[in-house]
Design a protein around this ligand. Structure first.
Ligand SMILES: Cc1cc2nc3c(=O)[nH]c(=O)nc-3n(C[C@H](O)[C@H](O)[C@H](O)COP(=O)(O)OP(=O)(O)OC[C@H]3O[C@@H](n4cnc5c(N)ncnc54)[C@H](O)[C@@H]3O)c2cc1C
Length: 401
């Protein structure tokens, strides 16, 4: 009888499911362990239920982590075209949205999970649901995998347990714990793509307002990052796509206990002078109470008057126009914190990639032990980059066994 190599895959999320398919396609006997009652729970939540599966423009510049060379090597081996080919091979058609974002044609993340699961089953992958792996040890050349009720041996193990982001969707620390037990290093994890907590009353009072804004991040008074896009005022602070885009640098600074200030331009389409002229013109033509309404949200009028210490009941003169225009273009907000792991979409940090072979995803110290997905010290921007990395690293791990 021919001996079939056996692999245990820990985690039935994006990277684990792709790794399972690629390993099973080579005739390897694959057993997948998933602690939740269903696979792919996080995939279901992606892209607001539409699953922003990848991006037409996958560049290393959209990724972060200590070792960008490692990330570049992986992206070289699994491009957008490779992602499209892989998904079309399991029956999923892909369409392009704005900014190169790719989605399943159904615009339903459930179809992605269903097709990945169907392919796993078709290839004979054995899937253990509600089955949390609690320990992995190496005995001679084999790995012993422990759950609460069993322990079994395998030739290889792929750790695809994801990060701590949004534990309500199954995330856990176990991948870091397994890696540490094998002597691998962990880069300190911190929340990314996350909402920001601010306690300034004027921010909280504007809760519910959503505008297009340009935001600059000042860490200890130095500009670190900027973004343009949706800004949403909430009852805890700030959210929206522009906030998610800058959140990594804010989160990193907060972990280091630095002061973080945001300078927000509430009217990025107008220069300061253009705004002043507009206000001047309107002051001549409109009564005082209607002077600003029609160009800015009513809640923001209050906010701007408040921070610029201007009374809108008095006569409007050049000084008032200057103060208000300046406040609209330079609203300064102090960030107290991020909403943390409970609310973030991804975690930065994770298993150090200096210990992982970028061609195979195998540990350089522990032969036969592989890692893929967000458990690694790799995180991407918003726009399909994180799922792309999960598919890419899962694909390489599964193929390299
Ligand atoms: C709300 C939300 C929206 C997002 N939207 C997008 C998007 O549109 N586009 C994008 O690119 N990225 C998005 N992301 C990020 C993306 O979902 C993740 O980067 C990706 O799912 C990571 O894949 P993974 O396989 O590493 O981890 P996961 O998909 O999290 O899978 C890990 C699996 O391992 C299981 N597990 C953990 N520990 C154990 C254990 N000890 N034993 C057994 N099983 C275990 C978990 O239950 C989980 O199912 C989003 C994330 C969130 C939270």
């Amino acid at each position: 009888m021919i001996y079939r190599k056996k692999v245990a895959i820990i985690g039935g999320g994006a990277s684990g499911l792709v790794a399972a398919i690629c390993a099973a396609r080579q005739g390897i006997s694959v057993e997948l362990f998933e602690k939740s009652a269903k696979v792919g729970r996080k995939i279901l939540a992606t892209g607001n239920g539409r699953c922003n599966i990848s991006n037409e423009h996958i560049l290393v510049e959209n990724y972060h982590g200590k070792n960008l060379f490692f990330i570049k090597e992986i992206l070289k081996r699994f491009s957008t075209q490779d992602a499209k080919k892989f998904f079309s091979g399991i029956g999923l058609e892909i369409v392009e949205g704005t900014n190169g974002r790719l989605y399943p044609m159904s615009l339903q993340s459930s179809s992605v999970v269903e097709l990945l699961l169907y392919e796993c089953k078709r290839l004979g992958v054995s899937i253990n649901l509600s089955c949390e792996v609690i320990k992995i040890i190496k005995e001679n050349s084999l790995f012993r995998v422990f759950t609460e009720s069993l322990s079994k041996t395998y030739d290889n193990v792929i750790i695809a347990t994801g990060s701590l982001a949004m534990p309500s969707l199954g995330s856990s620390e176990s991948g870091y714990k397994f890696a540490r037990a094998f002597g691998l290093e962990i880069e300190k994890p911190f929340a990314s793509l996350v909402q920001l907590v601010c306690s300034d009353k004027f921010v909280l009072d504007a809760s519910g307002v959503k505008i297009d804004a340009y935001i600059e991040v000042f860490v200890d008074r130095e500009v670190k990052n900027s973004a343009r896009g949706d800004l949403l005022f909430t009852n805890y602070g700030l959210s929206g796509s522009a906030i998610l885009d800058i959140s990594r640098s804010v989160s990193e600074a907060i972990v280091k206990k630095c002061e973080v200030l945001l300078k927000i331009d509430l009217m990025p389409n107008l220069s300061l002078n253009e705004l002043k002229s507009l206000l001047q013109k309107r002051a001549k033509n409109l009564p005082l109470e209607l002077w600003l309404s029609g160009i800015i949200n009513k809640k923001l009028i209050k906010l701007i008057a408040n921070v610029s210490k201007v009374s809108l009941k008095n006569q409007i003169d050049t000084k008032v126009i200057h103060k208000l225009s300046f406040a609209i273009k330079n609203l300064t907000v102090k960030v107290e914190n991020t909403k943390g792991t409970k609310s973030c979409e991804v975690m930065a940090g994770g298993v150090s990639t200096k210990d992982i072979n970028s061609k195979t995803m195998q540990s350089k110290q522990v032969e036969g032990l592989f890692f893929c997905g967000e458990v690694l010290d790799v995180d991407g921007d918003c726009g399909g980059y994180n799922l792309h990395f999960a598919w890419a690293s899962g694909y390489l791990a599964g193929k390299s066994l």
